[in-house]
Design a binder for this molecule. Structure first.
Ligand SMILES: [Zn+2]
Length: 290
């Protein structure tokens, strides 16, 4: 396969345009009420995102470029065992990358050392398109060996990697966004892809709800693993992590320093209080609700 990546002149305006559209829609049709002033949060999240993008540029990009070319030249990895039409190989690579990202996301929650970093993404007191970009740079660097393994085992070519990266960007901005879609439309979309109401449940302060809905693209992975939760009423969700509820504690500097400090018990309110819990009344809808 020729090294035909998604050109930057296509992916950059697409991603920036989608971000702008979502930010506009969030102001017109918000799904959840904001806790913090929007402009301050967005500026903070974009600053965290800029550090993350710089870290990926110097770590992930050179390695991924080298490994995808190697996969292509030497025909390494699962998808290179047989000769597939180029479009099919890209499509299968995107699906397998999406699945293995599900597994990585589970690890970032289940492995205490990784959670130290992933928690920075979750302590945001609101959830919107800017949260999608807010990952601690060290979490992104820690994901580089996983990415290398994904490329080598799956057999990811340069075009497949760039197609997946562009789709992933669009997907995470969409499902983190605070856009109120018409419920029927969202339910239909959610049969295939992760949507804002579904991912909102993953950002809940209730432990069992955060430990669900780990998919980043296709909904099917949560469904297959029995980790899909749709029955939580949206207006009952409090976004964030119980241990960090004070807006003065989630500023830019404290966010970047969070993994280095003493860790608070995540699920206890302000670190010492009770664990938030929820009883879903029997007979409540198993589908996404308003
Ligand atoms: Zn998460």
């Amino acid at each position: 396969m020729k090294e035909r990546k998604v050109p930057t002149w296509v992916s950059a305006p697409l991603i920036l345009g989608a971000f702008g559209l979502l930010v506009w829609l969030e102001r017109r049709r918000p799904l959840r009420r904001a806790v913090e002033p929007k402009f301050r949060r967005e500026a903070r999240n974009l600053a965290v995102a800029a550090a993350g993008a710089a870290a990926l540029r110097v770590t992930e990009k050179p390695l991924a470029d080298a490994l995808t070319s190697l996969v292509e030249r030497r025909r390494w990895g699962l998808l290179k065992l047989v000769r597939l039409p180029a479009w099919l190989e890209v499509a299968l690579a995107v699906v397998l990358l999406d699945y293995t990202l599900y597994l990585w996301h589970v690890l970032t929650h289940r492995v205490p050392f990784l959670w130290r970093f992933h928690v920075v993404h979750h302590v945001d007191l609101d959830l919107d398109a800017s949260t999608a970009l807010r990952f601690h740079f060290a979490e992104l660097v820690l994901s580089v060996p996983w990415r290398a393994a994904q490329i080598l085992l799956i057999g990811v070519s340069p075009p497949a990697l760039s197609a997946w990266q562009s789709l992933l960007f669009l997907s995470i901005m969409f499902h983190h966004s605070n856009v109120r879609l018409p419920l029927e439309i969202e339910r239909r979309l959610n049969a295939f892809v992760v949507t804002p109401r579904m991912h909102g449940i993953h950002h809940s302060t209730v432990k069992e709800e955060t430990n669900s809905n780990w998919s980043s693209g296709l909904t099917v992975w949560d469904w297959l693993h029995g980790t899909l939760r749709l029955d939580v009423p949206q207006d009952a969700i409090v976004i964030g992590v119980p241990a960090y509820r004070d807006p003065s504690e989630v500023g830019l500097v404290s966010m970047l320093a969070l993994p280095c400090g003493e860790e608070r018990p995540t699920w206890h309110l302000n670190g010492t209080g009770p664990e938030p819990a929820r009883e879903i009344p029997p007979g409540h809808s198993q589908q996404l609700t308003a």
